[in-house]
Write a protein that binds this ligand. Sequence first.
Ligand code: B1M
Length: 223
Amino acid sequence: MNDLLSKLSECVEFGKINLASPYPPQMKGQEGADEITRKALDEGVTPQDILTNGLMPGMEKVGIKFRENKVFVPQVLMSAKAMSTAMLHLKPYFVTGEVKQKGTFILGTVSGDLHDIGKNLVSMMLEGSKGLKDDLGTDVGSEKFINALKEHPGATVGLSALLTTTMGNMEKITKDIKAAVPGVTVTIGGAPVNNDFCRKIGADHYSPDPQGVVEFLNSKLAS
Ligand code: B1M
């Protein structure tokens, strides 16, 4: 692996945001995710490579340690902050500009769920799209989605969930918004969900990654 990418992975794993950050103590005075991402881009490493082979493996390692109670919420928050800081550098490259969706795309992480890094990647990719985007943030319940749909008639809704305990909320939200706004299209994503779950809850589409959302919106336009 490229040396910069392995350093980047380490920054995310240990929550090293930038040079100025004193956390973690063992990396004090070293460059963080901020500077190393910039350097990698300047050296010609592709944004996709940075995401897939630098940031994501670091987050995977944190996830494993988190599951095994080797690190706790504050450390994971530092990792999330390091990853989000790095993603700011990648944002201009991930803006597709290709999506010309019909109406607005309303996006949110479902109620009870605070994970927003994956959702933000979807949001980033749609930054340059021709239609509007309404990112409602995290912990979003049925009512907020329905209000947004009333504000943007004809909109498509994107739901993200990262917890097995909030997947069920995805089902409730899908049912609620389809009852309130018949005909609305719902696309879902996030680590614990898949195509079978999508069909089971009556959503219209599942995408394993942000690019899948872009492709789905484009295919909707073509149909
Ligand atoms: Co949490 N957490 N967390 N966490 N966290 C996981 C998800 C977990 C797998 C960790 C573990 O145990 N190994 C576990 C879930 C277990 C489960 O449900 N089966 C877990 C848990 C248990 C929890 C808490 C309950 C812990 C606790 O408090 N005891 C708690 C819940 C808080 C809450 O939400 N109510 C909690 C808290 C947190 C933090 C707040 C500390 C932090 C979130 C910070 C933030 O997001 N701003 C956090 C983090 C960072 C993680 C891990 C380590 C990383 C998640 C992440 O950002 N990945 C995660 C372990 C892991 O995933 N390895 C973990 C990177 C991101 C780019 O990937 O979000 O999967 P992801 O998005 C992907 C795809 O899923 C997809 O595109 C992205 C790129 O490919 N995608 C979409 C996502 N949304 C999409 C929508 C789409 C399409 C594609 O269309 C609409």
